[in-house]
Design a protein around this ligand. Structure first.
Ligand code: PPE
Length: 306
């Protein structure tokens, strides 16, 4: 990323952006075993900043590390404090937060042995991941020719750096053809997730989302499920095919970066009317109100910076 005027938390210290460097023999750089998170902080009323579902993200970072067999040399409390401090020290009102734990240099070869574990927390302002127009009017998606990882090839419950090679292939493939986002099918050919998002479709007034078998346990997905349940919308957790996606009345993607982004097209077929649907818009509105602290019911998910 081009230089930004922000400090990065690096193994316990805040350093200037330009000084947050590693050696070229950093193990994760070569072999991809590292774990990360993506979190957002939003501007709320009276110019206050709140981090959305901070504890769930920190928890997932540690469960990812547990799966990856990486021992993070900080506690959850220390990482939480560090995230809060890094935003404060950088005077950011809203931002994206990227904690990463990675294996440093020491030995080479796939077994990292006792190489040190490093942790960084970077923050920067990040607008709509799939564009403002996408959030408002929906995006155009295409099923990628790349299959999502088989559950026993690379474990999908963990947000592991190397897993994203698969996402990059899919994203590059469909964006070079002019689409906004890739839809990946699982190893059995059912719809799994976007390159960086979980998927929901709407049929007969009911939400359908793939079970978590081969997808990341998205925190935004979980948020949307709770919002939908509170609205009395029924949800099915079931595998569906690409042609069921074609005949959905509505569809949307969820992710910390992508937030709630409507899908207006898949494989050159319009979804429903070709515009964001009613249920999608209702959930999207509640989601944006929630992250900005405008919804009393879901204040429990916000950690305010004091
Ligand atoms: N699936 C994948 C593969 C994924 O990367 C994300 C988040 C999700 C689902 C949704 O998870 P959650 O954020 O907990 O709702 N993707 C992150 C990285 C995006 C990036 O390009 O970097 C994110 O949204 O922060």
């Amino acid at each position: 990323m081009t230089e930004m005027p922000y400090k990065i938390w690096f193994n316990g210290k805040l350093v200037d952006w330009k000084d947050a460097n590693v050696h070229v023999l950093t193990h994760t750089l070569h072999y991809g075993l590292g774990v990360f998170e993506g979190i957002r902080a939003y501007e709320c009323q009276e110019g206050k900043t709140a981090i959305f579902r901070l504890s769930e993200h920190v928890k997932r970072m540690f469960t990812s590390a547990h799966i990856a067999n990486i021992k993070i040399p900080f506690t959850k409390e220390e990482i939480t404090e560090a995230i809060l401090n890094t935003i404060k020290e950088n005077n950011l009102i809203s931002c994206y937060i990227r904690p990463l734990a990675f294996i440093g240099d020491g030995v080479m070869g796939v077994h990292p042995k006792d190489n040190p574990i490093n942790v960084i927390i970077a923050v920067w302002p990040w607008g709509a991941y799939l564009g403002e127009d996408g959030v408002n009017n929906g995006i155009r998606t295409k099923v990628s020719s790349f299959t999502r990882m088989h559950v026993n090839a690379s474990m999908t419950k963990a947000k592991i750096c190397g897993n994203y090679v698969n996402s990059i292939y899919a994203k590059m493939e469909v964006t070079s053809l002019g689409y906004d986002e890739a839809i990946l099918l699982d190893a059995d050919g059912y719809v799994a997730e976007g390159s960086g998002e979980n998927i929901f479709i709407v049929r007969y007034g009911r939400l359908i989302t793939p079970p978590l078998t081969s997808t990341l346990e998205g925190i935004t997905r979980n948020t949307v499920i709770e919002i939908a349940e509170d609205l009395g919308i029924k949800i099915s957790y079931q595998r569906f095919t690409r042609d069921e996606f074609y005949i959905a009345d509505e569809a949307f993607l969820t992710g910390t970066a992508a937030e709630v982004t409507p899908v207006r097209e898949i494989d050159d077929r319009a979804i429903g009317t070709g515009k964001p649907g009613k249920i999608t818009k209702t959930i999207q509105k509640i989601y944006f109100d929630t992250v900005q602290g405008k919804n009393k019911k879901y204040k429990k998910w916000l950690t305010y910076l004091t």
